[in-house]
Every structure is written in structure tokens, then in C-alpha cells.
Design a protein around this ligand. Sequence first.
Ligand code: MG
Length: 265
Amino acid sequence: MIIAKSAKDLDKMRAVGELIAEVRESLRGMVRPGISTMELNNAADRMIRDAGALPTFIGYHGFPYAICASVNHEIVHGFSKTDPLKEGDIVSLDMAATYDGFVGDTAMTVPVGEITDELKQLIRVTDECLELGIQAARVGNRVGDIGHAVQQHAEKYGYGIVRDYTGHGIGRRMHEAPQIPNYGRPGTKERIRAGYCFAIEPMLNMGTHETRTLSDKWTVVTLDGKPSAHAEHTLAVTPDGPEVLTLTKEQKRLRQADKAGMAAA
Ligand code: MG
């Protein structure tokens, strides 16, 4: 069953969304050659707790860290490590917080120093796929429309779309119904209604979409060893369209200004 959120619930989703977005942007500013994912993890853990929230990932089915840190050919669920990130790496940082009973979940892929144009394009297209997926999360559409929007853009570039892991409903629990695949046919699957909250999270591989899991039982990597990028926002479906919840105050202001500009044009 998909749980529609009340107006009061949505206010709480907004609060936790902004909280975890602030953490994400702080981490973005910290990524550079020489820093380790363990340092990033520890910083995220501290920031989430200092804000009065809890890192949702810790203890989730036994996951040991506050963030998932997935480097290069790692797709998702990577463990934080003490070895330093290197110039030219890309790192996906995925994080969630629980605050006042609700969960916000977000991820980004960040370049470490200077990266190749190929990798820049992979990250850019992943971000674009996320935005297209968000725009499809509208009252009257269906979940298959979200996957279709992501898929048709990713496939223009020949990227492999990970099928083994999906986006999800979100609310009091991190993973609620429905599953939101990053591929699909328009007009299929669940109907989208106001009050639904979704975490949309495209995972794009430079090569094959196929994955395998390492012996740590968590880290998911590309089967062919080629790099992968991942981006995620939590959003609420409103009668006026999708409202991205995992934005900082500043990002919300810019997005509003963007919308107003587009309406005026
Ligand atoms: Mg998620």
C-alpha cells in the first residue's frame, strides 16, 4: 500500500529533507583528493546528530555506516574506508536522516579533483535523468512514466541503467511502497496521487547494467568494472507538481526563482 502523507506529515518531510540536504552540500564541499570516505562518513554522522536527527542507514539491515560511499565502479551501498580518494575518482555519497519520525534520503556523485570529460558526462546525464524522473512524478501519471523518463534519456547516451536496485516510496520508513524502477513503459504501474513521497534515484553505468555484490555483502559494483554514477532526491507529489524536499534553503530559493522565470517566459 502506498501511504499518502497529510499536510502535517509533509511539513515534517520538508524539515528532514532540508536537514539532510544541508549535510549533502557540506560533504560536497569537503570532497577533494586526499580525503577518505571514512572522514566524510564521520562528518555526516556528526552533522546529522548535531541537528538532532539520526543517521537512518546505521543498523539498517545491519549496515554499519551513516553514508554509503561508492567509488568509481562501485554503484551503491559502498563501505566507508580510510584510504584517501584520488584525483580523477568519482564518488557517490548516499545518506539519510530520521527526524521527528520521518526520513529524508538523498545522494549525489561528486568528482574528486579533475576528472575526464567522459566521467563529467556520466555525472551530468545522471543528474539530468534524476530531474526528468522528478518532473514525471505528477498527479495523473503512473510510476512507469518516471522510469520511462529516466530510461529514454540514459539510453540516448548508451549508458547501462541499473535494474537490480530502484527508487522507492518514503515516509516514516526509508523504504515504502512503491518500488520506482529507472526503466519502464509510459502509463504502466501504480497511479501517482497527491501526498505520495518518493525517493527517485537513477544509477547509470558507463558499460553494462549488470551488477554483482562484493564479499562484504553490501558493496554493489558493475559487472564489467566500468564506472557508475548515482543521484537521488526525496520529493512530495503535490497538486501543483513535484516538490523536491532534499534541497537546502538556498537551493529551494533558486528553484523557485527558476520556476517563476520559466512561467514568465
Ligand atoms: Mg534511496
